[in-house]
Design a protein around this ligand. Structure first.
Ligand code: BGC
Length: 349
């Protein structure tokens, strides 16, 4: 079968190649791939900056934002041939740490977790893939190809849960939220904010095109410029850029008692005119929390499914701005100006 593979930590090694059909030991559920979303993490892996091959192997099958159709439900309960499904990304560490032991693999404490298409387990960019019954999620059939948005939605479903959980340390009823970055993660974070009844604002560099339109279509407010320029101090900031300056501005621009959730993963860069101590002083004096959030456990996958099922299909459809064939995977990995979510399509939904 065809698969998109890479030798992690070696730039320029990604290729579409023929590999054997997936081994039954990878899971009793056999799935035919429909589409796989591409995200910044995939780009980093292909650029040789991140990723780990399975033990004893040199190459990794890429892809963690899956959507497929069940060919053989194997030992699963409740799945049948033809169902649309998505594979969960992370697996608990083998020790296991206390969090993995209770099913919170997203909060793994010892770093020995594994992740499909990222860390030591093959991903979903292959014509067929297998999955263990307990790590597969059935998708509302009416979503069709939009089911490929489930994985990025799980990431923000967890982020929102973290925000609301830490907010419970004092009397706190958040009314306003700012999302920084109008990429797929930012837009899905804004969607959840609206579904939760908050007044939502989104900040991005782009001044025109589909990002501002999508934000307005949600009933949220679009801003360009910087965090200070939005004109008020939000109760919640979901930071989705990973850019140092935006993070520092968010930590200083959040309202008293407010929570900033960091979801972006950036590197380097200089932050102008503000020191870490200045940022910390602001956080201390306003009782803020800066909380980092990565990955998602089964509860978040379930919640994300509900978010998508409730969302306007036409709005969700506009998030998928490009579909590429597996042969054109390099184009899929290359970001174009108005891209939001690019998917590699293996078969029809
Ligand atoms: C994925 C997460 C993963 C993280 C770190 C993200 O792109 O969506 O599932 O935990 O990368 O590897």
């Amino acid at each position: 079968m065809k698969a998109i593979t890479v030798e992690p930590r070696k730039p320029g090694t990604a290729q579409l190649e023929d590999i054997p059909e997936p081994d039954v030991r990878e899971g009793s559920v056999l799935v035919e791939a429909i589409a796989v979303g591409v995200c910044g993490t995939d780009v980093e892996i292909v650029e040789g900056k991140y990723g780990w091959a399975p033990p004893g192997k040199t190459r990794l099958v890429l892809g963690h934002e899956s959507l497929g159709r069940v060919v053989d439900p194997g030992q699963s309960v409740g799945l049948k041939k033809g169902d649309l499904v998505v594979g969960i990304v992370r697996r608990p560490d083998p020790v296991p740490c206390p969090n993995c032991a209770v099913g919170e693999w997203d909060m793994c404490r010892n770093g020995q977790y594994t992740e499909r298409g990222i860390k030591e387990i093959h991903g979903f960019m292959s014509q067929h893939w297998r999955v263990e019954p307990e790590y597969v999620m059935k998708v509302d059939g009416s979503l069709g190809i939009l089911g490929v948005l489930l994985e990025p939605t799980t990431v923000v479903a967890k982020a929102w849960e973290q925000v609301l959980a830490v907010g419970q340390r004092s009397f706190w009823e958040p009314r306003t939220a700012l999302v920084t970055g109008a990429g797929p993660i930012g837009l899905l974070a804004a969607l959840i904010g609206k579904q939760r009844g908050l007044e939502v604002h989104v900040l991005d560099r782009v001044e025109s095109g589909s990002k501002p339109e999508l934000v307005r279509a949600l009933g949220a407010t679009y801003h360009t410029g910087n965090v200070a320029g939005i004109g008020f101090e939000p109760d919640v900031i979901i930071e989705c850029t990973g850019v140092g300056q935006v993070i520092a501005d968010s930590a200083q621009g959040i309202g008293a008692g407010g929570v900033v959730c960091l979801t972006g993963i950036g590197t380097g860069g200089r932050t102008l005119g503000v020191s870490t101590a200045d940022v910390a002083a602001s956080v201390v004096l306003k009782n803020n929390v800066l909380v980092g959030s990565v990955n998602a456990n089964k509860r978040h996958w379930f919640k994300a499914g509900e978010v998508l099922a409730r969302a306007d299909r036409k709005w969700l459809a506009r998030l998928i701005t490009r579909r590429e064939r597996p042969e054109a995977f390099m184009q899929a990995l290359h970001r174009e100006a108005d891209d939001i979510k690019v998917v590699i399509q293996f078969s029809e939904a």
